[in-house]
Design a binder for this molecule. Structure first.
Ligand code: PGA
Length: 261
């Protein structure tokens, strides 16, 4: 079996300007350093707003921080008359390694559907970015279809039709758990992540399924992270609110310490 390095992602959403970004990234990197965090045991990635990316990239580069950088969205197009959109080419130039695609807030407020998520995934692959494809059911869908039907369907739709499937990450985020303080139980999260992996295996083979990191997201905190990552089916977490607090997010990245307790 491939060893999947745990993936700890901080989605800042529309928070922190580029100056506040410097303060947070410095505090986070120093906290992880103070605690002798070994990045080979848990990769730590921040996803700031577009306007912060250049600043954070420069800081990471200058200070030789081991943190990695991601963007919160990208255009399905490479260039042209798409006012307000951001090309994957620009993100790649900024040394962004990852890009969130199809976050539930984009699906909800920008009407992003499965076909746009698929096209954006293709754009990420074209530019050498690793897509972090977000999937998850609403409360209504949970009640009518159960927990795994929608995330499995969204995952397969995002992965359909690509000539080559480059590395990607899936983030399972039940919409009802995002920013609400309501958390899926570790068991619920593990079950859905396992079903997503089984569906990837059935459609794209065991090699792809085995290598793919599948995360849980939705009201993750330092106090509950270890429960999720205790399961072999959950390879990391996508953190919103708690990633805006350097000490809290550092505590999440050091989840192995909680496991050891
Ligand atoms: P939350 O957000 O941790 O604030 O619930 C998670 C996300 O939206 O990625």
């Amino acid at each position: 079996m491939t060893k999947r390095i745990p993936f700890i992602a901080g989605n800042w959403k529309m928070n922190l300007d580029h100056q506040q970004a410097i303060a947070l990234v410095q505090k986070l990197a120093w906290s992880l350093k103070d605690h002798n965090h070994d990045y080979s045991t848990a990769e730590v990635v921040v996803f700031p707003p577009f306007t912060d990316l250049r600043t954070v990239q420069t800081l990471i580069d200058a200070e030789k921080f081991e943190l990695k950088l991601g963007a919160q969205d990208l255009s399905a197009h490479d260039s042209g008359a798409y006012t307000g959109d951001i090309s994957g080419a620009f993100l790649a130039k900024l040394d962004a390694n990852f890009v969130l695609i199809g976050h539930s807030e984009r699906r909800q407020y920008h009407s992003e559907d499965d076909s746009l998520v698929q096209a954006k995934t293709a754009a990420a692959f074209r530019h050498g970015l690793t897509p972090v494809i977000c999937v998850g059911e609403t409360l209504e869908e949970l009640e009518t279809e159960g927990a795994s039907a929608v995330p499995v369907r969204q995952t397969l739709a995002a992965l359909a039709g690509h000539e080559v499937l480059l590395p990607f990450v899936i983030a399972y985020e039940p919409v009802w758990a995002i920013g609400t303080g309501k958390v899926a139980t570790a068991e619920e999260a593990a079950t859905v992540c396992r079903k997503i992996r089984e569906a990837i295996e059935a459609e794209h083979g065991a090699g792809v399924a085995d290598a793919t990191r599948i995360l849980y997201g939705g009201s993750v905190k330092a106090a509950n992270v270890a429960g999720f990552l205790n399961s072999a089916d959950v390879d990391g977490v996508l953190v919103g609110g708690a990633s805006l607090d350097a000490e809290e997010f550092s505590g999440i990245a050091r989840f192995q310490k909680h496991l050891a307790l």
